[in-house]
Write a protein that binds this ligand. Structure first.
Ligand SMILES: Cc1ncc(COP(=O)(O)O)c(C=O)c1O
Length: 495
C-alpha cells in the first residue's frame, strides 16, 4: 500500500471517542485533525472527572499536566515522539494515533517518529563534541532498513553482530570501515566478510583471535581488531542484559591479556586498533561508565607499554530509557559522555559509543487493537491482537513497557493484565495495569517499542511479523511490509 500521502488526508476521529470508548476502529470523517486548545481540554477533562468516579487514564494524566508539566503531555500536534495530547488522545509528532489507525490496514503495527530518532542521534553527536569520536548504532536493536539508512545519513556508524547485519548495514549505505563486528561466536565466513569490508572486529576469545587471523590470511588483508575486555563492573541490570562481568560469555579473560598481545604481535595481518567493553543494557547510573573507563584506561596504558599504537577506546552502549514514562531522571548521552570526558580527553584516542536502545527505543510504539475484555478468578484481562510474537520483552525479561489506550475512555477504571492471543501463559504485554475498561476495537499502545521489539519478533503461532510505519516530517509512511502467510508457505515450495 502506498501511504505516502496518508498524512495529508489525515482524518479526524469520531467525536464520540472523546466521551466514550468506540466499539469499532475509528472511521475517517474526511476532515483535517482539529487541534484542541490545552486549557479548554484540561478543563473539560476536569469537569468530566468530577462527574465520574471512573477516571480515564488519559484524563488523569492530562489533569496532572497543570501541576507537574509531564514530558509526555503536550498540546495536540505540538510534541515530539509519543505523547498524550491535552485533549486526552495519544499522538505521535503532529498526528493523532487513532487517525493513523483509521488509515492503516494492519493491526498490530509498529509506529515510529523519525524526528525522535533524529533527535536521539543528535543528542549523542552533540554530547561527543570536542572529543575524537564515532557513534556506532547497534543494529541489533532495530534492523529496519529505512531507519538504518536514516541513521547513516545523519553520520552514524554501525555496530554489528552477524554477517547479515554487516550486509544490511552496507545495503543501508553505512561506510563499512566505520562499523564494528562484535560477538562471541563469529563464524569464519563472517570474519572473512568483515575483513574484506574493512570493519573493526572485536576479539572475544582465544579461538576467536585464531579465526580472525585465519580469515585475514584467507582474504589476504589486514584485520583491524579491538580487544573486548570485561571491566567486571556490575551494571545493576537484569542478568540477561548484563554483559561485562568476569563470568560473562562475552570478552576475553583479562588475566590472559598478555597472550592476546603476543599472539597479535606474531601475526603480520593483525592490527591491534583498540579496546572495547560493553557493560550491559538498560543502564541508568552513569557513574559505572566512569568506573569502567578507569579500568579500560589501565588496559590502554598496559597495551601501549607493550609497544602497540592503539587508536580506539570503545566503551559500548547500554544507556537505559524511561520505560515507566514517569519522567524519571534517566541519564542523557551528555551525562554519559561528561562522566568520562576528563578521563579520556587527553588519551589521543577516538572514543566509540555503541547505543542501540537509547537511539531508537523511545521512537516507537506497538499499536494494537483490543479484541475483548474478560475476567477469570480475581484477574481482569484485556486481550489485544498484539502478542509476544510481535513484542517479546515482557515475556523474556519481565520487562515493563508502559501501556495506554489511544483515546479517552469512560469505561470503569480497573486493574488488568494485557495479554495477546498466543497459546502461552507467558504471552503478556503488561501486568497489573490501571486502565479504563476498553471495548473491542479500541486502540492500545505498548510504548517504547523501538529497540529489541520488532528485532526480536517471531512468527510463533503463525502470527506474522507486523508492518512498520513512521511519521516523517508530519507524514505517515510505511517502512516495512507486514509478513504474510504466503511468505511462510514459500519456504516449502518445490521441496
Ligand atoms: C556489544 C554491544 N554493543 C552495543 C549494544 C547496544 O546496547 P544498548 O541497546 O543497550 O545501547 C549491545 C547490546 O546489548 C551490545 O551487546
Amino acid at each position: 500500500m502506498d501511504v505516502g500521502t496518508i498524512a495529508r488526508g489525515m482524518m479526524a476521529c469520531s467525536s464520540s471517542h472523546a466521551s466514550g470508548c468506540p466499539m469499532q476502529r475509528p472511521a475517517p470523517l474526511g476532515r483535517v485533525q482539529p487541534i484542541v486548545k490545552p486549557s479548554s481540554a484540561v478543563l473539560k477533562l476536569q469537569r468530566r472527572s468530577r462527574r465520574s468516579a471512573a477516571l480515564c487514564v488519559q484524563a488523569t494524566v492530562a489533569e496532572r499536566l497543570e501541576v507537574s508539566a509531564s514530558p509526555y503531555i503536550h498540546e495536540p500536534g505540538k510534541g515530539l515522539g509519543f505523547y498524550t495530547g491535552t485533549d486526552g488522545y495519544l499522538y505521535v509528532d503532529n498526528l493523532r494515533i487513532d487517525d493513523i489507525r483509521a488509515q492503516v490496514p494492519d493491526s498490530p503495527f509498529y509506529l515510529y517518529s523519525k524526528n525522535r530518532i533524529t533527535a536521539n542521534y543528535k543528542a549523542y553527536a552533540a554530547a561527543l563534541e570536542g572529543l575524537e569520536h564515532f557513534v556506532g548504532y547497534a543494529v541489533k536493536a532495530n534492523n529496519n532498513l529505512p531507519i538504518m539508512r536514516h541513521l547513516q545519513s545523519l553520520g552514524s556508524g554501525a555496530v554489528l553482530v552477524s554477517g547479515n547485519e554487516l550486509r544490511a548495514a552496507e545495503a543501508a549505505g553505512f561506510d563499512t570501515t566505520r562499523t564494528i563486528f562484535n560477538g562471541n561466536g563469529k563464524l569464519p565466513e563472517e570474519l572473512r566478510l568483515a575483513i574484506e569490508k574493512g570493519a573493526l572486529i572485536n576479539v572475544d576469545s582465544e579461538f576467536d583471535l585464531e579465526n580472525i587471523a585465519e580469515a585475514a590470511k584467507a582474504v589476504d588483508k589486514a584485520a583491524r581488531v579491538l580487544i573486548r575486555i570485561n571491566p567486571d563492573v556490575d551494571p545493576q541490570v537484569h542478568a540477561y542484559v548484563s554483559t561485562g562481568l568476569a563470568n560473562s560469555k562475552f570478552g576475553i579473560r583479562n588475566s590472559h591479556l598478555q597472550w592476546f598481545l603476543d599472539r597479535v604481535r606474531q601475526e603480520p595481518l593483525l592490527e591491534l586498533a583498540g579496546v572495547h567493553s560493553h557493560l550491559g543494557s538498560t543502564i541508568t547510573k552513569v557513574d559505572i561508565f566512569r568506573d569502567a573507563a578507569r579500568i579500560m584506561i589501565r588496559f590502554v596504558e598496559k597495551i601501549r607499554e607493550e609497544g602497540f599504537d592503539i587508536k580506539y577506546l570503545n566503551i559500548g552502549g547500554g544507556l537505559g530509557i524511561d520505560y515507566h514514562r514517569r519522567g524519571d531522571k534517566i541519564p542523557s548521552p551528555a551525562d554519559l559522555v561528561n562522566t568520562v570526558r576528563d578521563l579520556v580527553a587527553d588519551l589521543g584516542l577516538t572514543m566509540i559509543l555503541e547505543p542501540g536502545r537509547s537511539m531508537i527505543g523511545n521512537a516507537s510504539a506497538l499499536v494494537n487493537t483490543v479484541t475483548g475484555v474478560k475476567t477469570n478468578g480475581n484477574k481482569n484481562f484485556i486481550v489485544i491482537d498484539g502478542s509476544m510474537s510481535a513484542l517479546l520483552r515482557p515475556s523474556l525479561y519481565d520487562a515493563y513497557q508502559h501501556i495506554e489506550l489511544t483515546a479517552p475512555c469512560n469505561g470503569k477504571q480497573d486493574t488488568f493484565d494485557i495479554v495477546g492471543p498466543v497459546c502461552e501463559s507467558a504471552d503478556f504485554l503488561g501486568k497489573e495495569r490501571e486502565l479504563a475498561t476498553p471495548k473491542a476495537g479500541d486502540g492500545l499502545v505498548v510504548h517504547d517499542a523501538g529497540a529489541y521489539c520488532m528485532a526480536m519478533a517471531s512468527t510463533y503461532n503463525l502470527k506474522m511479523r507486523p508492518a512498520e510505519y513512521w511519521v516523517s516530517d508530519g507524514e505517515l509512511k510505511q517502512i516495512r511490509k507486514g509478513e504474510t502467510l504466503q511468505d511462510h508457505l514459500r519456504y516449502f515450495e518445490g521441496l
